[in-house]
Design a binder for this molecule. Sequence first.
Ligand code: AMP
Length: 306
Amino acid sequence: MSLPILAVGSVAFDSIKTPFGEASQVIGGAATYFSVAASFFSTVRVVAVVGEDFGEEQMRVFGGRPIDLAGLERVPGSTFRWKGEYGFDLNSRETIYTHLNVFDRFEPKIPEEYRTSPFVFLGNIQPGLQRDVLDQVKTPRLVAADTMNFWIERALDDLKQVLRRVDILIINDSEARELADHPNLVKAAQRIRAMGPRILVIKRGEHGVLMTRPSGDGFFAAPAMPLETVFDPTGAGDTFAGGFIGYLASCGELTDAALCRATIYGSTLASFSVEDFSLGRLLTLTRPEIDRRVEEFKKLTHFDVV
Ligand code: AMP
């Protein structure tokens, strides 16, 4: 039983500089990475906006997959653009620019047939727009959301309103510390759960992921797969979210065990995403490759107490 996922977020042109090279005006955006990753498990209904410069060639990124584009608007103007530059060890990233362009005037309109979607993913966009999406959907089973320091610093009140309506928040460690205004991640997690989300997933880059267990019984931790080839971490977080929510939608369960497995599927998808610039690796990925790497994850952390 696989349940459809409504996903809202950015579709973008990214420019990226890493110690291994540069890519200019390549396809990116939270909704793009999320939907391609989640489409390995379930149907994704995308709500986003692009400008006239996002043509048929760019649209091919979504092609041949269970991705419904009835909610992807094309309007006059330029597509959202973002540029990021990574440090030597790829753990630090500086945003060089964020041009909202068509996102500045975006008013998400959820198509009628999307409104009863059982799973909703609010990608990293203005919290006010995330709220507008929630106002248009009817009693979803699960609402997951992402955000980033850009919005924590500029729209905290709106973000806090959204968090009251979110079941799972998926953010990185520095964002968790900033949102909670506490340097300790365990304390930060307690504070953030008090803002609304039952479950908090903290992404820690090459150090993996920490998830608070829904039963309230501590954390589940997953490492990141040690990889020989890491070219571009951009979109790893959104790809993680796509694998995580996609897996949950495909199994239809929200138990501790299912959430732990979802963490591994999310980490697996993210480990492929970083192996090439933009969505290069995700677009050639196959389900058997995903399943093989999930087995490698099992070996990575399994040990016997003798
Ligand atoms: P991640 O590496 O998972 O944090 O996601 C990077 C993606 O998020 C890039 O493809 C960007 O286009 C997109 N992005 C960066 N900043 C923003 C923003 N302020 N709002 C929406 N999307 C953004």
